[in-house]
Design a protein around this ligand. Sequence first.
Ligand SMILES: Cc1ncc(COP(=O)(O)O)c(C=O)c1O
Length: 478
Amino acid sequence: MTTITELFACVDEASGTAAPAARVGDAPLLAVVGAATTVPLVDGSSRTYANLDCAASAPALESVGARVAEVLPLYASVHRGAGYLSQVSTALYETSRQSIARFVGAREDDVAIITRNTTDSLNLLAGVVPHGGAVLVLDVEHHANLLPWVQHSGGGQAGTSRVATVLPVQPTVVATLDMLRTELARRPYALVTVTGASNVTGEALPLDRVVALAHAAGARVAVDGAQLVPHRGFSLAATDVDYVAFSGHKTYAPFGAGALVGRRDWLDTGVPYLAGGGAVRDVRADRTVWQPAPARHEAGSPNVLGAIALAQACDTLAALPAGALEAHEQALRDRLVRGLEQLDGVHVARIWPDSTDPVGVVTFTVADLDPGLVAAYLAAEHGIGVRDGRFCAHPLLAHLGASHGAVRASVGVGTTAEHVDRLVAALGALLERGTQAGYEVVDGCWSVVDDTRPLIEVQGLDHLAATAAAACGPALDD
Ligand SMILES: Cc1ncc(COP(=O)(O)O)c(C=O)c1O
């Protein structure tokens, strides 16, 4: 078997260049909070945490942390408060909306609704598709872009308002686009909703082709931007996509806000997402006059700090030099995939071998090892955080032949080549000599036998052992 040193010599040779002093991806692209945090290992040592789980939730940008600290003393009730700080907070909330809209290239007449996350945004959108409008979706989607459509669908039965058609993905981009074209010609659709980047493989259909097909057939296009927007420049205006949904906690702003941005008409007239104060103009005992969007869908007290944090993340990412984000993440993804593919027994999953420009999300299996064991080993023996399971994309994992789960590594602006190399080296060592500690399944969760790693001293960790077992138990959707 190739040693790790030989492996990276191969990688450099394969790229055809002598390794320069500093390569793209050697250093973080942006400073993230906690980059120097160390975690304990089972051998009694400790290492800086290699966070390769950015697709699940990304660390906060330092600029986001600083912004939240700056505005916290100014925080007060918004919209209905007459106080000075209420007016400051209202202005900050509304300018945040503008930053968020600008970040995704909103058209002048688009509306940006502050939500909790992508799941919330897509559920909101599912409730405003005009009555009877059919929705077309592929079975590669994250459950957040599958279940809202299926749940709102009656399969065309009498008394129900919508039909959702879930098409099985085809083995190539070309074949999948052909299938979409055929289906769009078969019957009218109101909406085609697609992932901007798969949370399993980082791949996507070419959006320009999807938009062209859908618009030619009179359908709108929604993009689940959870894995796209934080990692690639995206513009509603440039792509002609009609709606985009994304999450703050995946966009380096983990303060509980997300967004749905897009065409105003459905959002102005659709069923209000949350009934309550702030979404209405006038209420009498026998009638309610609703506000137009965005207020129509933002009933209750909004997440002001979450919106400000998300806007700061958007502004920081937007201020990067053109192409820097893409170059950083592409270099790390390429390095990771090349490293994994050199390891006998590691298989990297692809939906479409002919897809181009995947984001830095890579899913793989390791020989016949349980993905949960691999993830526990990487954490306990190498200080690496990855995800294992079925990634809330059960139909796709079944299609990929990984119904029992897989391991996913994902990169972001705080990721470095050292994190990637550490993962590849750790997997090489695992294949070569197995785990050094003992592992067992406790309540459905792979754990170190007699784990002696000390808890980081922070309030609230007293019951970590009990909660950790509960958190990865089989009752949760994996
Ligand atoms: C592609 C994709 N869509 C939707 C979601 C749901 O995002 P959230 O949990 O922030 O609502 C995720 C989360 O992992 C995702 O990766």
